[in-house]
Each structure stands twice: as structure tokens, then as C-alpha cells.
Design a protein. Structure first.
Length: 366
């Protein structure tokens, strides 16, 4: 299959792995410490685990997962707000499927649905708009969770709702921006030596957005596709950058990512949303890292239009999701992993999401 089979060849994978070892051998001979690379995309996290990529890498290279799963970085307080909306009479809450089982402080959307709340799993914001149009007597709330990849589609739904006069459609924005999170990670401890930058986000933002990370922090950035050879090629580029002592931005995923990105999508995003300081699970409050709906679209802002009483936030005892999202620990280092916390009984968001690091380790073992 075009653009699939070409990027899964075992022989080429082993050649790339050998090239990575040789690049690191040059670096190691100069007395360098083990190289730590971080992927910041949940799809990369799953692909790395599924294809056993860690097992191909030398011991002098450590591959860790960062805050690449938007569901995982969504804080408990926001989930409690979404659950409160689901409990509100006359309200239909719409979400993508991976939001349903994310734990709040005392409940989840799935549990509220089981109790009778009108919670719908939808595949797109257009379905939510159709639902609002067909049910003018109900308030329809779409839960906006995601990075730059999906934010433009939510922005379009708000523009369309305003155009159609759908006063009963609103969005609870929990959207996050990737560049401020990379800045926070690059300034923190531990910090990685290089980033496997997210392919989907980069298709919207473009490659030039990562230049500031290289300039200000000296951390290399390589944009990776999602097949095993894509990921191994990106790791090889970062290994060579480290061996040369010359971090830079490289884009081997040029079949999907350009320097400028999707200018139209970014324009629509900025038209509807504006940056705000926001809370990230594991990273704390990051300046200008979240998105608020602009005042001119306030009639479609669920946080303003539909006041609800949100229960006090309680963090789950023993869960180390936050440390996993910073790359400080791996899931097996959590005392709950695989015993108290499983996909059937998730304690933390990292075990729930299809892009969660804990879910990847549980399913594939690495």
C-alpha cells in the first residue's frame, strides 16, 4: 500500500538502527552521557510501543514520552466541569470517544451517561451542530479537547453556529497549544536532548515554529511521521545532531509538513480563539498555553453561558500521570500500574486514552 508498506520494511529498520548505534558511538567516545529523546505526540507513543522501537535502540539512548496526549494533559478540574455540564438538566454533552472514561474527581462521562445523562460520542463537530439544529429545546455542548490538529475544526463549528443562529450550541474549551508546552519542558528538569516533534500538529503549525526551541535552549527538533521507518529516521537525525554538537530543526516528514504549515487553519483558529494561561496535568500552569473563546463569540462559550456548580477537585492518590507526562518516570515505575490501574479500571488519564503512555505500555509492554 502506497505510503504504508514503504515505511515498514524490516531490513531498512535494522539498517537505520545500526546507523543510530554508529552515530551514538561517535558521541559516546567523546564521553557524552546517555542521550534522552522525547516524543510529544500520542500517536508516536503508540507507534513506538507497537513496533517495538525501543528494543532496536542502544542502551545509550533513552526514549521517553512527553505531554503529547491532549486527553492526558487535561486537568481534573476541567473534567469535573464537563461532568457538571452533563448533569445539567436539558443539556446534551458531545465528546470524542476517548473522553468518556477519563476520570474526574468522583465520576466520569461514562458513569454519568449510565445514570441517565445525555452524553453522546461523536466523530466530528458537524454532528454536534446537526444535533443542536434538530433539538432547539436542548443545550448542546461540545467538549473541545485537543491540540492545533483539531482546534480549527472546533473553531469552524463556532463560526457555523453563529452563521446559522444556533444559540443552543456551545463549546467548553479545553484546548492546548504545543509550543508553550515545549518551552516549559525545555526550561524544566529533567529536560530532553532532542524532540521528535508531532507530525499532525506540525502539519498545521509548520516546521519553523520549532526554531525558537533550538535557538533559546539548544535542543534539536526533528518532525517525524508515524510509521516505524519515519520514527527511526527522526531518531537517527537527532542522534547525528547530538554527535555533531549542532542542534537544528529538520523535517523528514515533508510529504505532510511544510515550513509555513496550514496558514488557513491557523487563521481560523486565531479568529475564534485567543491564548490564555492554562493548567496542564503534570506541567502546572503554563503562560499562554490554552485557548479561550473570543468575546465576539461568547454566546457559544459554554463556560460563560451555562453556569454550573463544579465539585471540589480531588487528585487520585498514588497516580503519577503528571510525572509520566514530563518524562520523569515510565509507567511501570508507578505503584498502581497494571494492578489497581488498568484500561478496564483506569485511575489516571494516561491509562484511558488511545494515545496515553500508560495505555501503550500496558498494551505492548514497552
Amino acid at each position: 500500500m502506497k505510503f504504508i508498506d514503504e515505511f515498514r520494511g524490516e531490513r531498512t529498520a535494522r539498517l537505520l538502527a545500526d546507523a543510530i548505534r554508529k552515530a551514538l558511538a561517535v558521541r559516546d567516545s567523546a564521553g557524552g552521557r546517555p542521550l534522552t529523546l522525547m516524543e510529544v505526540c500520542g500517536t508516536h507513543t503508540m507507534a513506538i510501543a507497537k513496533y517495538g522501537i525501543r528494543g532496536l535502540l542502544p542502551a545509550t539512548l533513552r526514549l521517553v514520552s512527553g505531554p503529547g496526549c491532549p486527553v492526558c494533559v487535561t486537568p481534573h478540574g476541567w473534567m469535573d466541569h464537563a461532568i457538571a455540564l452533563a448533569r445539567r438538566p436539558g443539556t446534551t454533552v458531545c465528546a470524542f470517544g476517548d473522553m468518556m472514561r477519563v476520570p474526574g474527581s468522583t465520576s466520569s462521562l461514562e458513569r454519568e451517561q449510565a445514570k441517565g445523562a445525555d452524553v453522546r460520542i461523536l466523530a466530528s463537530t458537524l454532528e454536534a451542530l446537526s444535533l443542536a439544529e434538530a433539538n432547539p429545546g436542548r443545550q448542546v455542548v461540545f467538549l473541545g479537547v485537543g491540540f492545533e490538529t483539531t482546534i480549527p475544526t472546533v473553531a469552524v463549528s463556532i463560526l457555523e453556529a453563529k452563521s446559522r443562529g444556533l444559540a443552543n450550541y456551545s463549546v467548553l474549551s479545553g484546548h492546548k497549544l504545543m509550543p508553550p508546552a515545549l518551552e516549559a519542558l525545555s526550561s524544566g528538569d529533567p529536560r530532553p536532548d532532542g524532540y521528535l516533534c508531532p507530525g499532525h500538529v506540525s502539519a498545521v503549525l509548520g516546521s519553523e515554529v520549532y526554531e525558537a526551541i533550538v535557538r533559546d535552549h539548544g535542543i534539536g527538533c526533528v518532525i517525524a511521521g508515524f510509521e516505524p521507518l519515519d520514527i527511526l529516521q527522526a531518531i537517527l537525525m537527532l542522534a547525528r545532531q547530538a554527535a555533531e554538537g549542532r542542534p537544528r530543526v529538520e523535517n523528514p516528514y515533508s510529504r505532510a509538513v511544510t515550513k509555513e504549515g496550514n496558514v488557513r487553519a491557523r487563521r481560523i483558529l486565531s479568529q475564534v480563539f485567543e491564548p490564555k494561561d492554562d493548567e496542564w496535568r503534570g506541567l502546572g500552569r503554563i503562560r499562554s498555553s490554552g485557548l479561550a473563546i473570543r468575546p465576539e463569540y461568547a454566546e457559544h462559550d459554554a463556560a460563560l453561558r451555562l453556569p454550573v456548580e463544579v465539585e471540589p477537585t480531588q487528585e487520585p492518590a498514588g497516580c503519577v500521570c503528571g510525572s509520566v507526562l514530563r518524562g520523569a518516570v515510565t509507567p511501570p515505575e508507578c505503584g498502581l500500574f497494571g494492578s489497581t490501574c488498568t484500561p478496564d479500571n483506569p485511575v489516571g488519564a494516561c491509562m484511558v486514552s488511545a494515545e496515553g503512555t500508560c495505555a501503550a505500555y500496558f498494551r505492548y509492554g514497552t
